[in-house]
Ligand binder design. Structure first.
Ligand code: F6R
Length: 609
């Protein structure tokens, strides 16, 4: 999830581009390209935007049209070669791209056979060579034709030496917005990137291509049908624009979940919907078949995702899984069996405890297969293979979209392991994959029905609670852990999580009519047991909020309040119930006046032991 910007007009193009890039959070490299009398001039740099600015000060470039990019690596490590803009062989066409090209391997091979030499490891570079292939003087047409054979997601900006009065942009999946000024126009992956200059914008739709000139735009779909764009006036203030109109990054990131779960799945499911492709993760089928045990190690939220992973892998791939907190694993003299696979899970990829656990397991011969969000991070570099979550940068300290994409990554891994070890029939795999495909829509449905969650979080008995229990069983014990962690992190309410069946062994002593007890109880194998646990809480006057499946009226008899999620394939319920749990924590915290994006005492990357 990188960011793109573009400009055409009389202002200082580089200044406009850099101002736009400053609004794009979380990147590992950046670059700009402008069209001028010399052709297309580009400057790129690794790391912070200040590095790019220093380079631009030392070697200034100018032009009346330009594109810029802040990269969050998805394919290829962060370095200057992989940084955008990317060029065709003649250095005449330049592109910036946000998104993922699913079929880039086959496109790349076909182009290589036609004699094209690639300079970077990115999927994005494929696009510029394809555009070149179709270019006969009309940049708009070339982009349109090139994209017809491409699968995946893109927010794309293109400039060409021979068309100095044109900026071409295109969108599929990844957001893209075009803005207008007086005899000038802007482009950004986000309104915040251009709001300093304009508030009159057009949001491009999926599959549209747009030719931008100083005096107007032309929009068509990929097949060449004309589209009349709708100009919208955005009246957000600057800080709201940075958060896409949301008051906090946490809420923005909660709402990004349908999109990022789609990104996690992109390119992983075969066309016939029967199998999963993780062949790029650098662990061979022989290694999978020989593996006697998996060890999942992580901290905090990532550990909760790892617990869902354990339940999934053991149940469907039939491989024994050990789960450890990284800070414990290191000091308990773990036994690392020969041929075992060690799975660290980390959003940042920089967590010190997780890194040390990896080093220990590696030194004892384990194969390391990481689930990581940040490409090029220490965890990714230290591992033999990596499954990237594709959640994009997570700015809010409280993790939300990283969690659901970690769980989604474990679903993919489980299916892949089961496929190789033959522990699931093709029909079972197909059924699971069908459910997987509907997940983003279900997450969206929960997001669209958040008024009851908001209302609940405003009730004084919950908002002002001193203490809370979160209960769940089986797949949803980790959901309870994650719900409790979210609430305590952002609202500072004391919260503990227990497996529903464990409460009677001690914690029930704390249940009074002032204790808020959030019970995760979607339909499934363990539902009846969970209802018994809820009844035991209600019998002691606890304040029960149940999270249940739509249509479950029965549970209302034992609950003070019920939040509903859509009907869901049981193994995927942790992803769906995470949404009301995150929203509940968010709204309770904002009702209590807490700074949800920067909770006290917390840091985004815990790089100390
Ligand atoms: C909670 C949270 C933390 C992290 C933990 C691990 O909202 O964000 O518990 O999950 O510090 O961080 P990563 O995943 O970066 O290794």
């Amino acid at each position: 999830m990188s960011g793109v910007v573009g400009y055409i007009g009389d202002k200082n193009t580089v200044e406009v581009l850099v101002a736009g890039l400053h609004r794009i959070k979380g990147h590992d490299s950046a670059g700009v390209a402008v069209v001028n009398d010399q052709g297309v001039s580009a400057v790129k740099s690794l790391g912070k935007l200040e590095n790019l600015e220093a380079k631009l000060a030392a070697q200034p470039v100018s032009g009346a049209v330009g594109i810029g990019h802040a990269r969050w690596a998805t394919h290829g490590v962060p370095n200057e070669t992989n940084a955008h803009p990317h060029f065709d062989a003649a250095d005449e066409i330049a592109i910036v791209h946000n998104g993922i090209i699913e079929n880039y391997q086959e496109l790349r091979e076909a182009l290589q056979q036609e004699g094209v030499t690639f300079r970077s490891q990115t999927d994005s570079e494929t696009l510029v060579h394809l555009i070149r292939k179709y270019y006969t003087g009309d940049l708009f047409k070339a982009v349109q034709q090139a994209l017809q054979g491409v699968k995946g997601a893109w927010a794309l900006g293109v400039v060409c030496k021979n068309n100095p009065d044109v900026l071409v942009v295109a969108r599929q999946g990844s957001p893209l917005v075009v803005g207008f000024g007086e005899n000038e126009a802007f482009m950004g992956s986000d309104v915040s990137a251009i709001i300093k200059y304009t508030r009159d914008v057009v949001y491009l739709d999926h599959g549209q291509v747009c030719e931008i000139r100083c005096d107007g735009i032309k929009v068509e779909d990929l097949a060449g049908n004309a589209v009349t764009p709708e100009v919208i006036h955005v009246d957000w203030d600057d800080s709201a624009a940075e958060k896409d109109g949301f008051p906090h990054f946490m809420l923005k990131e909660i709402h990004q979940q349908p999109e990022v779960i789609r990104s996690t799945l992109r390119g992983r499911i075969s066309d016939d919907g029967c199998s999963i492709n993780l062949s790029d993760i650098n662990i061979s089928e022989e290694e999978i078949k020989a593996c006697p045990r998996i060890s999942i190690v992580a901290c905090g939220t990532s550990w909760h995702a790892g617990m869902v992973g354990k339940y999934l892998i053991e149940r469907f791939a039939k491989i024994p899984v050990e789960l450890d907190l990284a800070s414990e694993y290191r000091y308990r003299d773990p036994i690392v069996e020969e041929n075992s696979i060690f799975i660290p899970v980390s959003q940042s990829g920089e967590t010190a405890d997780t890194m040390e656990a990896i080093r220990l397991a590696k030194s004892q011969g384990a194969k390391i297969l990481a689930v990581v969000n940040t490409v090029g991070s220490s965890v990714a570099r230290e591992s033999h293979g990596v499954i990237y979550q594709q959640a994009g940068p997570e700015i809010s300290i409280a993790s939300t979209k990283a969690y659901t994409t970690q769980v989604t990554s474990f679903v993919l891994l489980t299916l892949w392991l089961a496929q190789i070890r033959g522990t699931m029939t093709q029909d079972q795999a197909k059924e699971m994959i069908e459910h997987l495909r509907t997940l983003p829509e279900k997450v969206q449905a929960v997001l669209e029905n958040q008024d009851p969650i908001k209302a609940l979080a405003g009730k004084p008995k919950y908002r002002d609670a001193q203490s809370a229990f979160f209960l769940g069983r089986d797949y949803n014990y980790p959901s309870a852990l994650e719900g409790a962690l979210k609430l305590k992190e952002v609202s500072y309410i004391h919260a503990e999580a227990y497996p529903g069946g464990e409460v009677k062994h001690g914690p029930i002593a704390l249940v009074t009519n002032e204790l808020m007890v959030v019970c995760v109880a979607p339909q499934g194998n363990i539902y009846d047991k969970m209802v018994s646990n809820i009844q035991a809480i209600k019998a002691r006057a606890g304040l029960v909020i149940s999270i249940a499946t739509e249509g479950d009226d029965n549970i209302q008899a034992y609950s003070d309040d019920v939040l509903y999620i859509p009907e869901c394939y049981e193994p995927f319920t942790p992803i769906l119930v995470a949404i009301p749990l995150q929203l509940f924590a968010y709204y309770v915290a904002t009702n209590r006046g807490c700074d949800v994006d920067q909770p006290r005492n917390l840091a985004k990357s815990v790089i100390v032991e």
